[in-house]
Every structure is written in C-alpha cells, then in structure tokens.
Design a protein around this ligand. Structure first.
Ligand code: ZN
Length: 256
C-alpha cells in the first residue's frame, strides 16, 4: 500500500487544534527533509496534543519524512499505543526517549531528535560542544549531556535522561546524536537548529587546528541576546513560518 492509498483510509477531523498541530508537525518533517536532517525512515519529532487525554502525534514508522503529511501522523498515548484509526505502525524504540521527556518535563510539548553527521560527531567527541563559535556561544548553560546506554528501547533509562537534562533545552546524547525540546514546535526547532549549526561549525573549525575560546561572560551575553529564546522576537516563530512558506512553494502535499 502506498502512502497515498493509506491516507484515503484514515481521515482525522480537519478542524480544531489537533488539525492545526498536524499541519505544523507535518510541515516540520518536510523542513527537516529539506535541511538533510533525515535518517532513512528513522528518528522522530513528536508533539503533545492539547487536552487531558495525554495524546501525542508521531511520524508513521516506515515512511520517509518527505512522505509524512497531516493526515498520516499517528496519534498515540504516552505508552506508544495507537489511538484511533491508523494503518501505520509506530517505532517503539524511537518513542521511548520522547516519552521520557514528555512524561518528565512539563514544558516539553515538542521533542525532536536527529542523527546529523555534525551532531553525532560532536556527541562522540570526549570534549563535547566547544564554546568557541557564534552559535555555541548562544547556548551557555542550555546544553545537557546524557551518557550512552545502548539503543534507547528501555524505559528505565528515562528518569536518568530527565535528571541529566533538568531544564536545559539542548541535549547531546553522547555517542548518539542531538535532541531538543520546547513548548512549541518552532521553539524546539530553533534550539535544535542552533545546536546543530554549532556542531557543524565546530567540526569544520576544529579540523583546521586550535580554535579561539569565547569567554564565559561573552557566552552569557550572547545567550541573553539570542533571538531564539526571546518571545519578543518570535522565539523561533518567524523563522519557522518562513521555512513553512518555503515548503508550501516546494511541495504543499504535507497539507494532505
Ligand atoms: Zn537516535
């Protein structure tokens, strides 16, 4: 069955806050694909749905990010069980990490995780993120580290991950990859973009030899001034909206 045939079989209501979040999350998957932040059919971006039920949206397991659309996103509970009609399965290993954050951090409405080459390279380096570039300098005291415990299938790792993160929104999963969380999809996206960009610059700059460190007081000032964290400047909303408009021009099929 193709994604198009499957979509015809499942029709979530196209009204209300759930549909709005479906559209925004589907657009986010397409943005990740445009940025090259994909890992075959793996990795996830999840968002909490409003309401007391404690439901979430996740990508259908088996589809590339370019095939994700608003109607084929799968609604699940915190255990990863599917809610409502969907022919698509969910990757249980993938949701374990997301569930830990959604469960343990009240403000983690959106969680996103990538295996980009630059992000994984920094995650594998013993020194971690170098506070020596324009982007990392905006993440002073915002970066958490969590030690590798193997493929993230086991829920018992969750409390250790949440404790390691505390309130820091940019997370380096050692030996593994990057993760970001936020109150909204655009906020989490802007943090992940900053972290990934910092990793890209680190990989490029350190390949040339020693880098110039940035003093802590300058890091603090950069983080205070960073537009990504300041609601007065959109906290990522304006950036995300511009990228959605770009996806609208390239391939609006995510709205299906
Ligand atoms: Zn991973």
């Amino acid at each position: 069955m193709t994604p198009e045939q499957a979509d015809a079989k499942e029709e979530p209501s196209r009204a209300g806050p759930e549909w709005a979040l479906r559209l925004q999350l589907a657009a986010c998957y397409r943005i990740f694909a445009e940025l090259g932040w994909t890992e075959l059919i793996y990795n996830h971006i999840t968002v909490r749905l409003p309401g007391p039920e404690g439901h979430f949206l996740i990508n259908p397991f088996g589809l590339h990010y370019t095939e994700v659309c608003a109607s084929n996103l799968v609604k699940i509970d915190i255990e990863g069980n599917r809610i409502g009609p969907s022919i698509w399965p969910v990757n249980p290993a993938g949701f374990t990490v997301h569930a830990a954050l959604h469960r343990g951090i009240g403000a983690a409405h959106c969680v996103m995780h990538t295996h980009t080459t630059a992000g994984m390279a920094v995650a594998c380096s013993a020194a971690g993120l170098s506070m020596s570039n324009f982007y990392s300098a905006q993440l002073h005291d915002k970066v958490a580290y969590h030690d590798f415990e193997g493929i993230t299938l086991h829920a018992e790792e969750g409390p250790r991950l949440v404790a390691a993160i505390a309130d820091r929104p940019a997370v380096i999963l050692r030996n593994h990859g990057l993760l970001a969380w936020g109150r909204t999809i655009p906020q989490a996206f802007s943090i992940l973009w900053l972290l990934n960009r910092a990793c890209e610059i680190q990989v490029a700059s350190m390949a040339m030899g020693a880098v110039v460190p940035i003093p802590v007081d300058i890091q603090k000032r950069c983080t205070r001034d960073a537009l990504q964290f300041d609601p007065r400047f959109g906290a990522g909303e304006d950036v995300f909206a511009a990228l959605v408009r770009r996806i609208d021009r390239i391939d609006p099929s995510y709205q299906r």
